[in-house]
Design a protein around this ligand. Structure first.
Ligand SMILES: [Zn+2]
Length: 277
């Protein structure tokens, strides 16, 4: 059995990329890395999940830890940003054949669930951990955190994504993914949101948001598709209530105070069944 080092990108003060609705790369990275780590453990491998919560480890220490631990494989979990779309896996110049093989297997799994194929890329910048680890290594960029379609895919196909990545790693490390079922993503049935809804917005998406706010008893009046004062107050109250419950509504950039704008996290929570639904 192999020793597999799992590195969820960023953490703590380093949010990584920030996407739609304040969605942070570090959170998505931890989310999918930790489920993949569990699956690899269940297949009998020794797995080091480098962080299991929201804190930052210096990249130099990450590479050193993986080398000293004697990892057989190293996988870094990230999400991309910058206006594109699709998935890619990174390796560095001079990477071993096994690195490339592992990257190709993971890339195949991501394309299989529907991400646009950006390919396996050889990249030597911002890849400290890949160039300073001594074992086969790759970085996964699982779609763009600033692309609504990629985020919808990440959420709705989450189980297939983690299952596919785990199977791809096991195609190198050996073993089979046990048939474990991850609970479906809470956002699996959430309609796609293509913009952040804020004061002054008009349209069907605003109407849907108003209907959901009313279902959650936030009382924004008639769902007329126009984001005015009453809608803003209702949304604000809804966010405040969820923040009190410890939920992440995408307002951490705002000191975790309601911003009265509906991004993906607020939108997703709005689509959870309201009491009595
Ligand atoms: Zn990253």
């Amino acid at each position: 059995m192999s020793k597999i080092y799992i590195n969820p990108g960023h953490g703590g003060a380093d949010s990584g990329a920030v996407g739609i609705g304040g969605r942070q790369e570090k959170d998505d990275a931890l989310r999918y890395a930790s489920v993949v780590a569990d699956k690899l453990k269940a297949a009998g491998h020794t797995v080091e999940l480098e962080r299991n919560a929201d804190y930052l480890i210096n990249v130099k220490d990450i590479a050193k830890n993986a080398n000293l631990w004697g990892a057989d494989l190293f996988i870094a979990f990230h999400r991309n940003a910058g206006g594109g779309d699709g998935a890619e896996c990174l390796i560095v110049t001079g990477a071993s054949a096994t690195s490339r093989e592992m990257a190709q297997a993971i890339q195949g799994a991501l394309v299989g669930v529907g991400f646009r194929d950006r390919g396996v890329k050889v990249q030597d910048r911002n890849t400290y951990v890949l160039s300073h680890t001594t074992m086969p290594a790759t970085t996964i960029e699982c779609g763009f955190v600033d692309n609504a379609g990629d985020n919808a895919l990440f959420d709705s196909k989450f189980n297939e994504i983690v299952q596919g990545i785990a199977a791809a790693i096991l195609s190198i490390a050996g073993g089979v993914v046990p048939n474990t079922v991850t609970p479906p993503s809470p956002s699996a049935n959430v309609p796609e949101l293509n913009r952040v809804l804020k004061y002054g917005c008009k349209g069907g998406d605003v109407r849907m948001m108003q209907e959901r706010l009313n279902a959650h008893k936030a009382n924004v009046g008639k769902a007329d598709g126009e984001f005015g004062d009453k809608t803003r107050r209702g949304l604000h109250a809804f966010q405040q209530a969820r923040i009190h419950e410890g939920r992440d509504v995408g307002c951490r950039y705002n000191g975790n105070k309601p911003d009265g704008k509906c991004g993906e996290l607020t939108w997703t929570i709005l689509h959870e069944p309201a009491p009595g639904e």
